[in-house]
Design a protein around this ligand. Structure first.
Ligand SMILES: NC(=O)c1ccc[n+]([C@@H]2O[C@H](COP(=O)([O-])OP(=O)(O)OC[C@H]3O[C@@H](n4cnc5c(N)ncnc54)[C@H](O)[C@@H]3O)[C@@H](O)[C@H]2O)c1
Ligand SMILES: [Fe+2]
Length: 381
């Protein structure tokens, strides 16, 4: 039987196959009587989503759904969702999906009670204290991918549809009150999404592990998260219905998000502008840019990566780890260059400026400059 557990860290997590059946109980635990289920367009008509709505209806909780959510969700999606939340008299959100549905659902619960524009709550300094915390509706998170870890995170990523900049909106109460991690929900993910999201989880762990800040708790979680991806991502690619491996990938995803409190780095600093400008898949973009970033950071992280390699059963220190990443990418069918994702060279200067302003940039072990960041883009495209 695949693992099953109740955790209280970093929030209340009901972990295990089939536990979506506890959705109505989770609503009661979070104090919701009229939840709005938020998901993306693709998931809206899938059986896992219909089943969740039926569970709600059977428990007398209605069956309200908002699904006008784009892959890199933007403020227009948010405005429409907030309007539906208010007009429907909802008292909480079930954020259901991959990072896109989870983040937009979380942000609807947050923004519905705020008077200021959402951009005023970007993750800068103490901007989060501008929010009226008492007006934030409770959130239940139900991940259907194993990657972003947004189900245990205190942030939501929102793309500005005008400027095409991805902003991180932060508030402690964006942390879901209850999370249901049911690996059965991830079984139907298309292979390319399994790869992309799995590599996002790996990137979170790798960047958190590599960032220079002092946070040994996150360091440990990141290391074990990388090992779980190494052991299990190939298994779920070989057999998508392997529930044990799907469960371990769900844990790795949550661990990545817990770990990246320690910081992210150039993988995400590059990936955010690329995703915002070219609408590429976030995790797949991370996977493409990972080796050039590792190479650039080598002088600062060589010893630390050698320790990780030894823990993960990889011979050859930093070189062995680098070769492992290259082989993993090749085995999973990750493109070698961004050009294969439709990224051109014409907007490198613009994306370089965006990368340097990205909040992830500050966690890179080698200080990012215009020169080395531009070189990274050149190498990745
Ligand atoms: N909040 C955070 O901390 C955080 C961290 C990393 C990334 N993100 C954000 O998350 C988003 C990416 O999330 P994602 O990688 O999970 O992808 P996604 O949510 O965009 O989903 C990708 C596609 O997979 C489909 N899908 C999802 N689950 C499925 C399932 N079980 N069966 C079949 N189809 C399924 C969706 O319909 C969608 O078409 C980006 O916007 C990124 O910026 C947020
Ligand atoms: Fe990510």
């Amino acid at each position: 039987m695949s693992p099953r557990a109740n955790w209280s860290y970093p929030t209340a997590i009901r972990f295990g196959a089939g536990r979506i059946s506890e959705l109505a109980e989770a609503c009661a635990a979070a104090g919701m009587k009229r939840p709005l289920l938020v998901t993306d367009r693709g998931l809206a008509s899938l059986p896992i989503t219909i089943n969740a709505l039926e569970l709600l209806e059977a428990a007398g909780l209605g069956r309200a759904m908002f699904s006008e959510v784009d892959p890199n969700p933007n403020e227009k999606n948010l405005e429409a969702g907030v309007a539906m939340f208010k007009s429907g008299g909802h008292d909480g959100v079930i954020a259901f999906g991959g990072g896109s549905g989870l983040d937009l659902g979380k942000l609807i619960a947050f923004q519905a009670g705020q008077a200021r524009p959402v951009w005023d709550f970007e993750d800068i300094g103490d901007w989060w204290t501008r929010a009226d915390a008492s007006a934030i509706a409770p959130i239940i998170a139900v991940p259907t991918t194993a990657g972003t870890g947004s189900e245990v995170g205190r942030a939501g990523v929102l793309t500005n549809s005008v400027t095409h900049v991805k902003k991180i909106i932060f508030h402690p109460k964006l942390l879901p009150a209850v999370t249901i991690c049911d690996p059965e929900l991830t079984v139907g993910m298309p292979k390319i999404i399994t790869v992309g999201t799995g590599m996002d989880a790996f990137a979170h762990c790798l960047e958190a592990y590599s960032s220079p800040f002092y946070h040994p708790m996150s360091q440990g979680i990141a290391l074990e998260g990388m090992r779980l991806v190494k052991e299990n991502l190939p298994l779920v690619i070989a057999d998508g219905s392997n529930l044990d491996a799907r469960a371990e990938m769900m844990s790795a995803a949550a661990m990545g998000a817990v770990a990246f409190q320690k910081g992210l780095g150039a993988i995400h600093a590059l990936s955010h502008p690329i995703g915002a400008v070219y609408n590429t898949h976030h995790g797949m973009t991370n996977a493409v840019v990972m080796p050039p970033v590792l190479k650039m950071n080598r002088p600062a992280i060589e010893d630390r990566i050698a320790r990780a390699a030894s823990y993960m059963g990889i011979d050859g220190g930093f070189d062995g780890f680098y070769d492992y990443v290259m082989k993993l990418r090749a085995d999973l069918g990750v493109p070698d260059k961004l050009a294969e994702l439709g990224v051109g060279r014409d907007r490198i200067d613009e994306m370089t400026a965006m990368a340097l302003e990205d909040p992830s940039a500050g966690g890179n072990p080698v200080t990012l400059t215009s020169e080395n960041t531009k070189e990274l883009f050149e190498a990745c495209i």
